[in-house]
Design a protein. Sequence first.
Length: 367
Amino acid sequence: MKVRYSYLPQQFRNTSRLWAKLKKFVKTGDFTLGKPLAEFEKKFANLIGVKYAVGVNSGTDALKLSLKALNIGPGDEVITAANTFVATVGAINELGAKIIFVDCDDTFCMNVDLIEKKISKKTKAIVPVHFTGCMPKMKKLMKLSKKYKIPVIEDACQSILSSYQKKLSGTWGITAAFSFHPLKNINVWSDGGMVVTNNKKIFNKLSLLRNHGLVNRDEIKILGYNSRLDTFQAVVGNWILPKAKNIAKQRIKNAAYLDNGLSKIKEIIIPSRPKEVKHVFHLYMVFAKKRDELYKYCLKKGIETKIHYPKPIYRQTPFIKMGYKNDDFPVANAHTKKIISFPCDQHLNKKQINYIIKTVKNFYKSK
């Protein structure tokens, strides 16, 4: 049996209605900041429960434009997670700000208890990463934000419809960045992103920043970027967005089934699953003994497993000059040796999930 990791062929298998919408759209010629984009922004804002949403060309740009809207640049410091994907730190670096890493805990999210000692007079933003679709201790984080008057920008690229204490991701910070990359829970046919906010002033600035700073065709108010979400992709977004709640529900269900089966294997440790968090499982990750051997065994048996990530961001070549050592982030560093990701998407069936569990059992029985 084969259990694939990418579910895109299944996600877009029955697209006759979508193709009909796309053909109709092409005839309009409404390609740049078109009506379908405005519709998608409104629907997404309603889904998250915020006043405003601005479509941009990627989750990375959603982060970058959020930082730019707060006037963050050279000489400033931005606190974020030590175990994130490169896009988070790339956005910070592109604006010339200094990246300040904070270790994670066993939920794979930033350890909020470690943030305060990293705050300095130069700290201009905190960017918690809702890694895997989980969320850190947002209530405690927002108290720090209020105490030090430091804005929070949520990296919610992996967490559409996750929540902390029943409050959705995207509704905590001054802004939040979402991604519609093809491998995200809600995806389009290329890159795509969205910034959400309840702040009208920030919304207006974001709207300018994503479109060269243009007020209209002939008037430039500020210098911005070419970062519009393609209206073609917005048509795809409008088609898939009504499925968002069911997608999250099925992923949660599949993760619970995997947790139940894998928890009976003593060599597998299920990470902390905080009750106050609705975890939407963009990634399903566990800790495994003899991880590298298990990884190769699963691939050999047709299960496309992943490791997110075998080498932490602070040990990657561009960040060596920052001088961080493994001991600076002991939890993130330890995770790199133990974590493994299994397929968990909404298109998996029970037979496939049972095969994952059985394969892991068989591996350890053979040792």
